[in-house]
Ligand binder design. Sequence first.
Ligand code: SF4
Length: 324
Amino acid sequence: MRVGMPRGLMFYKYYPFWQAYLDSLDVELVVSERTNKKILDLGLEAAENEFCLPLKVFYGHALSLKDKADALLIPRLVSVHKKEFTCPKMLGLPDLIHALEGRVPPVISPKIDVRKNTRGYYRELMGLGKRFDGKNRRIVSAILAGRRAQIEYEKKLIAGMTPPEALEGDTRETTKQELTIGLVGHSYNIYDSYITLDLIKRLRRAGAKVLVPENISPETIDAESRDLPKRLFWTYEKEIVGSAFHWMKSEAVSGVIYVLAFACGPDSFIQSVIEDKSRSLGNVPVMSLVIDEHSTEGGMITRLEAFIDMLKRRDHAACNASHG
Ligand code: SF4
């Protein structure tokens, strides 16, 4: 059996787990290509116009697997941390893709919900393994193999790699680093080089060292996000806020760039939280970059260049002031 995985939404978060789990059960995993014009066009044509861009991109990836897989693996992500939730779109994702019946392979959607405990999660993984003819002992080994692969992956990220470097072997150009920029946003936005018009590469070419949320430990993210008057119960948004707060408070970066998707409710809420913090601390400027299917290279380059120039001038002025 060939199981297809769309290279969108949670791909950069959990691919190593699924790859090792399925491999241990002798199931072939087929991943869609990196986002390209054809995939985006497929998604734009099939998805509702009001959907956020990442969802439209995901549609394109799912459709591109039509004749390449016997089934699509699209977990129903309800909660990946105790007492927290994911975006409601993740919850309904399998149903949305299932509604494309005839244009995509059948959807397999184990429910991931660890809001209260992990019992149901393991039950789902055992049930999923049985669909692939696994015996209990073999499925348990597959779960363990998946967890080991995920831990190894996360270690590489904490050591400073970006997910595309750790997963896809992307290489880093060596450039002169004149400043450090913290790049925040959902993983499916910031690591999709097609929809962000190669943002990470552009920043590096402009002399920036780029830090990403996956380089920060979950404990630090948790502690930093407690700065908010009310606890954030959206896991991935907490990661964004916690990373931005951490870099701003520790002054580990010269500036923060927040990439947000047009028509994303959680993103627009978080945007104001981060911008408020930047204003109250007054030390690290933030630039928000909204992406949608009409984002143009010209518009992005102009804004990036202006932001980077401003940061370099600030750093220069601060350096001169400290040397008297
Ligand atoms: S968090 Fe925003 S971008 Fe992500 S799936 Fe939900 S609405 Fe879309």
